[in-house]
Design a protein around this ligand. Structure first.
Ligand code: CP
Ligand code: NVA
Length: 316
């Protein structure tokens, strides 16, 4: 994993593994670039001309795969999809992760990988000079969090002081939201059951960066406290990919964290609802909220593409 530093004017790493690699300035620049790419896509039509990017997926995907494939091809690049979603083709079984990375390094110009374990991404990055981009791991989902804050900036303008509540599991999405909220000056209140808090080292980094950006990162267990006065309410599935065996227990533990009309009524009257999708109607969110007028979920989904194009433009 790359270490983070607040003062670095540019990325210290040519990888995006967590969402915490970049300085606040560089993070803001990436959101500006995303807006330019969305407004003027033709300008970026040959950014990846002649470049090949390997997409390695150990878990299923709709949004991430399609937005990377369409985004890369719309910038003139080519995609090679390596399907490792079947147990019979598990990554690292036929040859080591290091050898996979060393080989890819000789043929392609970048790796986008969705993996079960963050350490697999770290091992790839350590063994390849080409950029490695995290397309979701057990610990982080940086492309998602960047798209989420881009979506909020598009809707509300400057993010400094924006009050966002995250309710539910302190998971991969939550960890990357913390890194990004801290860098963008957002007031992020996170309510999780006591045993499902986000990673302590991520919270510590977020609080450290927040001191300089005037962000606030607050952890609590009461969802009502987190949502009170929030301008945006975010939730994600209670059972992330790879944790299916815990599903039954999680459905019981997380029940008080469901985002429904009652919980949303504690937020400001026009508060938006956010979810990275896929969603489970009737579990973490009720249909009236997910499919309601304040839901940004399809904007978040659409914006994945522009943010990822900005990431590729920056790293290549
Ligand atoms: N939000 C997200 O990453 O969706 P997919 O799992 O469909 O890629
Ligand atoms: N936290 C979810 C996000 C899916 C995009 C998971 O890891 O399954």
């Amino acid at each position: 994993m790359t270490t983070t530093t607040l003062v670095a004017p540019i990325s210290l790493s040519n990888d995006l593994l967590t969402g915490g690699e970049w300085s606040p300035t560089h993070t803001r620049e990436l959101l500006h670039l995303s807006a330019d790419i969305k407004a003027r896509p033709v300008r970026y039509a040959s950014t990846l001309h002649g470049k090949f990017i390997a997409l390695i997926f150990e878990k299923p995907s709709l949004r991430t795969r399609v937005t990377f494939e369409v985004g890369i091809q719309s910038m003139g690049g080519s995609v090679i999809f390596l399907d490792h979603t079947q147990a019979s083709a598990s990554l690292g079984a036929r040859e080591s992760i290091a050898d996979v990375a060393r080989n890819l390094d000789r043929w392609v110009q970048g790796i986008v990988a969705r993996v079960y374990h963050q350490r697999v991404l770290e091992e790839m990055a350590a063994n390849a000079d080409i950029p490695v981009i995290n397309a979701l791991s057990d610990k982080f989902h940086p492309c998602q969090a960047l798209a989420d804050f881009f979506t909020l900036e598009e809707k509300f303008g400057a993010l400094r002081g924006f009050k966002l509540a995250y309710v539910g599991d302190g998971n991969n999405v939550c960890n990357s939201l913390i890194y990004l909220a801290a860098r963008l000056g957002v007031h992020l209140r996170i309510a999780t059951p006591p045993d499902y808090a986000p990673a302590a080292e991520v919270v510590a980094d977020g609080k450290r960066v927040a001191r300089e950006t005037k962000a606030k990162i607050e952890l609590m267990t009461d969802p009502r406290e987190a949502v009170a006065g929030a301008q945006g309410v975010y939730t994600d599935s209670w059972t992330s990919m790879g944790f299916e065996e815990e599903g039954e227990v999680r459905n019981a533990v997380f029940q008080p964290y469901q985002v429904n009309a009652q919980l949303m009524s504690l937020a400001v009257p026009d508060a938006v609802f956010m979810h990275c999708l896929p969603a489970h109607r009737g579990l973490e969110v009720t249909p009236e909220i997910l499919d309601g007028p304040r839901s940004l979920v399809l904007d978040q989904s659409e914006n994945r593409m522009y943010v990822q194009k900005a990431i590729l433009h920056t790293l290549f």
